[in-house]
Design a protein around this ligand. Structure first.
Ligand code: SF4
Length: 446
């Protein structure tokens, strides 16, 4: 478990000499905890304490970075069991399986489909993160060539899956710049694959017959000084895999059990596509760093990636858009002016409806700290004063010939006060964004 300020304080000299710039050692411990100070700032800390602090301040789950520079994937690094305790930092990477036994046409088709899985949702780009290539051909040259094609066609990182160390070695050489993941070392091939991972500084997946045996190998590898590890917790059925995932997360976060403190990978097994999507969703919710799936259709991935986006959004920091005046279409001086909040989901619900109306308009986004309309109104963040302030900040009167502003129907109650604050006439718009097109088409402003 992460250190508390008191734990850190106990390791400091406790002389309150102020050389570090903090008034007391406890104040320095608090700054260290908040990562606002470095241990180097205390000249009197003992070597022994330095070692203990460095070791103990390591996150309970190691963070690994894989993939090419422009599509890097961060894995692990989590510090809580439940999202509401703080947040989850690195979302589950979705990998799609590819066999090196596919014909050239089938391979290109599958890779093109992987590349095409892309969605923009509430301003974020969602897509597939990795290709998981299986060496079903058992052919060294073929595996290397297909690995190279996977990387060049998709631009993504790759998991190289083989039980043949020569095949892995060849494919690693072809894909080294994108930091491939080597899959998988067990009792019998540990030395060879660990050597390969160490030589190229790559992440190595550990896998054995069950979780206990995998943890034993992990302990062994830590003993040899290598820590860029990923643990495979897949099992014959999803309920056992879920149990493994939960055990590992609890062992790492609560018990600070080092052999368990690594990112985890899980493969889906269900033959039925819908069940497989459900399986992937389960692993995404708890607590896979990588979920390897076989399905490749857009609608299933939209569901999975939407779920992932919701789980891995920081609950303390709502997704926001910049508060400013947005032009939708090519609005002119007689165009309508609408106002709403800077909660991303609100913006991306309202703006397409304005676009859909085909009526060019201005959309004023007020800073409501990322709250939606009703929440912001209840929290007094979307008030007559904040709207009037937002109008002034963008000099809205210079853009228009009229002085009418459309507010969301849910906050009709703000009308009178906003008219007093701004001197503008308030028009109450529809409650739901879906009503905007009809409303704008029928609107007569002057
Ligand atoms: Fe304490 Fe070290 Fe800071 Fe002095 S320099 S107050 S000993 S933490």
């Amino acid at each position: 478990m992460a250190l508390s300020a008191l734990d850190i304080y106990k390791l400091l000299p406790k002389t309150n000499c102020k050389k570090c710039g903090s008034p007391t050692c406890l104040a320095f411990a608090l700054r260290l905890l908040a990562k606002k100070a470095s241990l180097e700032e205390c000249p009197d800390v003992s070597e022994e304490a330095r070692r203990a602090l460095a070791q103990a301040s390591e996150p309970p789950i190691r963070t690994l970075v894989v993939g090419p520079e422009n599509k890097r994937v961060e894995l692990g690094g989590e510090i809580v069991l439940f999202r509401h305790e703080k947040t989850f930092y690195h979302h589950t990477a979705i990998a799609i399986s590819v066999s090196d036994n596919l014909s050239e046409t089938q391979l290109k088709e599958r890779l093109a489909k992987i590349k095409a899985i892309k969605f923009e949702r509430v301003g974020q780009q969602l897509g597939i993160n990795l290709v998981a290539l299986s060496n079903e051909s058992k052919d060294v040259r073929k595996f290397s060539q297909v690995a190279k094609t996977c990387v060049s066609e998709t631009g993504l990182g790759i998991i190289l899956i083989s039980d043949n160390s020569s095949c892995l070695e060849g494919a690693v050489k072809e894909t080294q710049p994108v930091k491939p993941i080597i899959y998988a070392a067990g009792e019998s091939n540990l030395d060879k694959l660990l050597g390969l991972a160490q030589t190229h500084n790559l992440a190595l997946v550990l896998k054995s017959e069950n979780l206990e045996a995998t943890l034993k190998i992990s302990e062994q590898v830590i003993g040899k000084g290598y820590k860029d590890l990923i643990l495979d917790v897949s099992a014959g059925n999803s309920s056992q895999a879920l149990q493994n995932l939960t055990i590992l997360r609890r062992l790492s976060i609560i018990k600070n059990f080092r052999p368990a403190g690594f990112p985890v990978i899980c493969f889906t097994h269900a033959k039925d596509k819908n069940l497989e999507v459900l399986e992937a969703a389960t692993y995404t919710a708890k607590y896979a760093s990588i979920a390897v799936v076989n399905f490749i259709d857009l609608e299933s991935h939209l569901s999975l990636l939407t779920l992932r986006q919701n789980i891995y959004t920081d609950p303390q920091k709502p997704v926001t858009v910049e508060p400013k005046l947005y032009e939708i279409g090519s609005p002119g001086k007689d165009s309508p002016l609408l106002v709403t909040t800077n909660f991303s989901l609100t913006f991306y619900t309202v703006s397409p409806e304005i676009e859909h109306s085909k009526v060019p308009a201005y959309l004023l986004i007020a800073d409501t700290e990322g709250m939606s309309v009703l929440t912001a109104w209840a929290a007094e963040k979307f008030t007559a004063e904040t709207i009037a302030k937002a109008m002034k900040a963008v000099n809205v009167e210079t853009k228009l010939n009229h002085k009418k502003i459309i507010i969301p129907g849910y906050v009709a109650v703000l009308s009178g006060k906003l008219e007093d604050e701004s001197g503008w006439q308030v028009v109450v718009g529809p409650k739901e964004a879906s009503g905007i097109p009809k409303f704008l088409k029928q609107l007569v402003l002057v």
